[in-house]
Design a protein around this ligand. Structure first.
Ligand SMILES: [Zn+2]
Length: 288
């Protein structure tokens, strides 16, 4: 599932490509992926111009001139591909292998801009969605989520308060709770725990102040590094060699079950357990 770094990566790339463009048309093949009747949805977005692209948690927000915002959630298998009239396409979100010519059978929503370029929302499982909302709803959505880990106000005291809200929960449970901290999922929660030297199964109330501080510091550190590497899944479409996002070789624990720990001087082996139904990876030796 695309997490904060993957959504932020595609946001940064899209903003350069589609800001200022005008939507000529939208084709919706899977009706349940939009929040309004198709006719109403298209009527409202047609001829609107893109003012900006933001992100809140894992939600990508396209701000249109006028009263509307388009909110995109890629969920499990959503992918966005922008194809310019000329030049190279960009993509982000879930990697869909052998994507071939677009549109393909997964291209459920297609925006066409007045210059002929297109934005495809591909989704294998069709859980992704686009909501067209007005300002007031947009504000509600923004407030649904907890602390934004890359924002300036992601301060230690606020982070600690969010964490201590559930003293009996396990660290990973708190990290992936979108109402406390926004945008983290399975991959980066495991990576953050490794960075902090704390087991994902540790109970919050047993954390020492130094450990709590370490987790707080590791969150933006891990996320910013992943964004620098363009996430774990972005760019699949343009890389014809089939390679995935640049972050994969740098993952320390996620997907490394049975392999040697990458921490210097640690001889541990990465373990995988299930924590509340989610595959969870850690080093038994250097994570306490
Ligand atoms: Zn280790």
């Amino acid at each position: 599932m695309p997490e904060l770094p993957e959504v932020e990566t595609i946001r940064r790339e899209l903003v350069q490509k589609i800001k200022g463009k005008t939507i000529k048309d939208v084709e919706i093949k899977v009706f349940k992926m939009v929040n309004l009747p198709v006719f109403e949805f298209s009527k409202k977005v047609k001829k609107t111009k893109i003012k900006g692209i933001y992100r809140r948690a894992k939600v990508l927000i396209i701000d249109l001139y006028g009263p509307y915002f388009l909110l995109f959630h890629l969920k499990m298998t959503g992918q966005l591909v922008f194809v310019p009239k000329k030049g190279q396409a960009i993509s982000g979100g879930h990697p869909i292998k052998n994507i071939g010519q677009l549109p393909n059978k997964f291209s459920h929503i297609i925006f066409t801009f007045t210059d002929g370029s297109k934005l495809y929302f591909n989704d294998i499982r069709k859980f992704g969605w686009i909501k067209l909302v007005e300002d007031s709803i947009y504000l509600l959505v923004r407030n649904e989520f907890g602390l934004e880990p890359l924002a300036k106000d992601f301060e230690y005291e606020r982070f600690k308060a969010a964490f201590n809200h559930f003293p009996n929960r396990k660290v990973k449970q708190v990290l992936i709770d979108q109402t406390l901290i926004a945008g983290l999922g399975n991959i980066y929660a495991d990576e953050i725990c490794f960075c902090a030297g704390v087991k994902p199964t540790r109970v919050v109330k047993t954390l020492k102040a130094a450990e709590m501080k370490k987790i707080h510091k590791c969150i933006p550190q891990v996320l910013n590094f992943a964004i620098l590497k363009k996430g774990t899944s972005a760019d699949n479409y343009v890389r014809t060699d089939g390679s995935q996002g640049g972050m994969i070789p740098y993952l320390k624990v996620y997907g490394r079950e049975g392999q040697k720990c990458k921490r210097k001087n640690c001889q541990g082996i990465i373990k995988k357990i299930r924590l509340n139904g989610r595959g969870t990876h850690f080093c038994d030796r250097c994570q306490k």
